[in-house]
Ligand binder design. Structure first.
Ligand code: ZN
Length: 356
């Protein structure tokens, strides 16, 4: 574990209450999952993400009005019309299917990957998703796309960013002149987490990929746009950064290119959220718990190695090693998620046991 990682980790715990009031929503729900994790220092206060209005689900009730007290049949929840990814980034229901297949679109938003490089990410993601679910749920990538940023730094000549750098023996501020880096920082400063809406809109209105949106269960996005977190999932859209600008406003701020294995680890985690799964081992990260207590808790936690657990050692992930879903989450996938897919049932999981 690198020194920086430890420093950042302890800082993050020290700042956890601050983070709670800045970027991360206070209550995590399966609709919105923000993975602040440990790689970023918050450089400035950000507005809390706008809460997504939850649309009411059409419900049918018995036609007759009983005059006496009688047993009321359970409410039947039916899918609203046009409940699909072409209309909304958080459809309430799965589209009915005959096989346990999770259909996604895979997008790189930015300018890091060539299509050939990104196809390797797709290959690894497909392979590892299948292994992560013991082959019980297959991932089907309906399309893979590379989309350029909508907001191009070359069209924003007035934008400047000063970075703190070490010029022995003092720290000075210097303008960022690397235009690719400036582009990524522009997104952090101007869009933040709302980039998820931008890429969803850009992709679904795209002349090649838009037509497939109604077939999607989720959209998985890798982007150079920075939002100061490892990744997050908003409804059915999962997003992670590559490259990452680590603590760009601070001294020793640096650009880190993530390996395919690390990108895939994060995508597996966020796609878990896109299946409405929450975090495993949340008890080890409760408010007020310090770093040592977290370590001790994780060491004992049954689901510490679940890809949805913050206990997992991301530094261990490489071309030979990755994390999948442990027995507890596999039970939910098998007993709740796959049946919902097969019958066209509700996406949001309810009454699911926590994986501790
Ligand atoms: Zn998460």
């Amino acid at each position: 574990m690198s020194k920086f990682f430890i420093i950042t980790l302890s800082l993050l715990f020290a700042l956890s209450s601050l983070a709670q009031t800045t970027s991360a929503p206070k209550k995590r729900s399966s609709i919105f999952q923000f993975d602040k994790d440990i790689s970023k220092i918050f450089t400035k206060k950000k507005k809390a993400p706008k809460k997504t209005k939850s649309k009411k689900i059409a419900q049918t009730t018995p036609a007759s009005t009983p005059k006496k007290e009688v047993a009321v049949p359970p409410k039947v929840v039916i899918a609203p019309l046009n409940d699909n990814m072409a209309v909304s980034s958080m459809p309430k229901f799965y589209k009915k299917r005959s096989q346990a297949i999770f259909n996604i679109g895979l997008i790189y938003y930015g300018d890091l990957y060539t299509d050939e490089n990104f196809s390797k990410v797709q290959d690894l993601l497909e392979k590892r998703f299948e292994l992560a679910t013991n082959g019980e749920l297959k991932l089907n990538v309906i399309f893979r796309a590379i989309l350029p940023f909508k907001n191009q730094i070359k069209d924003l000549p007035d934008y400047k960013f000063e970075q703190i750098v070490q010029k022995e023996p003092v720290l000075i501020t210097e303008p960022v002149t690397d235009m690719d880096k400036l582009q990524r920082i522009w997104y952090a400063e101007n869009k933040g987490m709302s980039v998820v809406n931008e890429v969803y809109q850009e992709a679904k209105t795209h002349n090649l990929y838009g037509k497939d949106f109604s077939k999607l269960d989720a959209l998985a996005v890798v982007t150079g746009a920075q939002f100061e977190g490892l990744g997050f999932a908003s409804g059915r859209v999962a997003i992670t950064e590559n490259p990452m600008e680590i603590a760009y406003g601070h001294k020793y701020g640096r650009t880190e290119i993530q390996s395919d294995a690390k990108v895939v680890d994060e995508l597996l985690h966020e796609l878990g959220h896109s299946l409405s799964l929450g975090h495993a081992t949340e008890q080890c990260f409760a408010n007020g718990i310090d770093y040592k207590e977290t370590q001790a808790c994780c060491a004992l936690a049954e689901n510490k190695n679940d890809v949805l657990s913050y206990c997992r050692q991301r530094d261990m992930v490489n071309e030979n090693f990755f994390y999948g879903f442990e027995a507890c989450n596999m039970k939910t996938i098998r007993e709740k998620i796959i049946p919902a897919m097969l019958k066209g049932g509700e996406w949001e999981l309810k009454d699911v046991a926590k994986c501790e």
